[in-house]
Design a protein around this ligand. Structure first.
Ligand code: BG6
Length: 501
């Protein structure tokens, strides 16, 4: 990956980070805590400033106090006053309603003056931490005020999902963005790619002959990817109504994980080499026709129930959710990647809210050996399982069979677990620390290229189209359960089950 180097050959991180949506939830919960930890780890350069753009009428002191409180609440490290003092010197609050196009030239002047003080070389990161309907307006404002591209300096545009609501709208949006920013300056964030174990998938596969040599349809029986949450939609009912689990989790996080698990080894570790291999996986996903989906997908919506001993309301009773909502809060499905490595192997994917367990895991189940020597009188042989635990536990679990030392002939599964509990592996600043740092370094490996997003939408569109035509009897699972019964039947009819190890 090409990175911008300074005259000493070091990657030059000097920049002004402009956050549109400076008073929003994302900035408070993720971005500022992440920036705080980057300062703590001494990863931000001296020539660096943060300009938070917000509509609210606030003094800079009030704004900084709000940020201090959020860091206190959400940062993985406790506030250390010296670090905070460094960060707060970098932060500037700029009140501006970005729907007012005239204001962009004033912002430009403001940034130029600040640049003179900070000596950040004209480099800019524009982070759109706002609702997606404002992406176009802001990018247009950056363009007309001549802020987007500057000779002799770099500019990067950062956007969060949802990137469009289907392939058509995503294309339209992308066309607007690339009129202004070149593809290699657009960083599309999928925060799952910032998680430790997601980055570890390639290392585990391509640095261990024991795994890579059996990572195919000759040895693997099936692969399960489960991202389950105890949380409901909370206050995000309005957003969730237009997204559902399909757009919220499958189109992005799950598909990204699937591509990393199934991709071929890239020829090198350059950003584009990796992205190209990931794209090939999406292109190999078998045609998702309505006939196929009829038997291979299950949608669900949570009803009332109990989570951690507390009664909770059903999805239709959540804030800003209509009483007859047909939005899915759960999806389970089987799909195939039709290439030489994976032909015939099912990938089972599952995600849902208000389930009995919050966890993100990839389970690789290996094929059984013939029951000739052992297991003859046992009901079932326990398969070899390799579990990549993403959260809340982080690490690898492996199950293999050994003789039981306490009996004459029993075979027992031995469970080797190198994972450790990490309460901070949720949707937390950690992932953002890594991602923001990579943006400054100009390393786009952990971000999605447009053709990947396009291919992911092509898959998701089939599912969404099918989902919209289908009448579902919702709610169909209790909060606190592990989803609709049909999600279990989906595997049972193949003689398999979801693993919870
Ligand atoms: C977000 C979704 O992208 O990911 C949320 O919008 C979801 O609905 C979250 O809760 C899950 O992320 P994490 O990191 O907590 O697993």
């Amino acid at each position: 990956m090409k990175m911008d180097k300074n005259e000493n050959g070091d990657v030059d991180l000097s920049a002004i980070l402009v956050i549109f949506g400076g008073t929003g939830d994302l900035t408070h919960r993720k971005l500022m805590p992440a920036l705080y930890n980057l300062v703590l780890d001494q990863l931000l350069p001296d020539n660096f400033a943060i300009v938070s753009v917000g509509r609210r009428d606030k003094s800079e002191t009030e704004y900084k106090q709000d940020i201090y409180d959020s860091i206190n609440k959400f940062s993985r490290n406790k506030i250390d006053e010296t670090t905070w003092s460094k960060l707060q010197d970098m932060i500037h609050y700029y009140q501006f309603d970005f729907t007012n196009m005239d204001g962009f030239s004033e912002l430009k002047e403001y940034l130029e003056v600040l640049d003179g003080k900070v000596q950040s070389g004209g480099n800019r990161v524009f982070y759109l931490a706002v609702a997606p309907e404002y992406f176009e307006t802001i990018v247009q404002g950056l363009h007309t005020s001549d802020m987007a591209i500057k000779s002799g300096a770099w500019s990067r545009l950062i956007i969060e999902k949802p990137f469009g609501k289907d392939l058509k709208t995503a294309r339209k949006l992308n066309n607007k963005l690339i009129e202004v920013f070149p593809e290699n300056s657009i960083y599309r964030i999928d925060h799952y790619l910032g998680k430790e174990m997601i980055q570890n998938i390639m290392v585990l596969r391509f640095c261990n002959s024991i795994f890579e040599s059996i990572w195919n349809n000759k040895f693997i029986d099936n692969i399960q990817i489960s991202l389950t949450e105890k949380m409901g939609v909370g206050t995000r009912g309005g957003y969730y109504e237009s997204s559902g689990a399909m757009r919220d989790m499958i189109q992005n996080h799950i598909i990204q994980i699937l591509t990393l698990v199934a991709m071929e080894p890239p020829t090198n570790l350059k950003t584009d080499s990796i992205r190209t291999e990931k794209l090939k996986v999406l292109e190999a996903i078998e045609d998702i026709t309505p006939e196929f989906l009829k038997n291979n997908v299950v949608f669900g919506q949570y009803g009332t129930g109990v989570i951690d001993g507390n009664p909770v309301v059903g999805y239709r009773e959540e804030l800003n959710v209509p009483k007859d909502s047909a939005t899915e809060t759960f999806v389970a499905m089987k799909l195939h990647v039709n290439n030489f490595r994976w032909a015939g192997i099912p990938f089972y994917i599952r995600t849902g809210k208000r389930l009995g367990k919050s966890s993100a895991e990839i389970v690789v189940q290996f094929k059984d050996l013939p029951n000739i020597l052992y297991f003859k009188d046992q009901d079932m042989q326990e398969p070899n399982l390799l579990v990549l635990r993403i959260q809340p536990n982080v690490g690898v679990f492996f199950q293999f069979n050994t003789k039981d030392f306490n009996s004459h002939h029993d075979i027992v599964p031995t469970k080797m677990d190198t994972s450790y509990f990490s309460p901070t592996q949720g949707n937390t600043p950690e992932a953002y620390e890594r991602l923001i740092y990579d943006i400054l370094r100009g390393d786009a490996t952990l971000f999605s290229r447009w053709d990947e997003v396009e291919a992911a939408w092509t898959v998701a569109d089939h599912l969404i189209g099918y989902r919209e035509q289908k009448k579902s009897q919702f709610p169909n699972y209790d909060s606190g359960s592990m989803g609709p019964i049909r999600a279990f039947e989906l595997l049972a009819k193949d003689g398999r089950k979801w693993w919870h190890v």
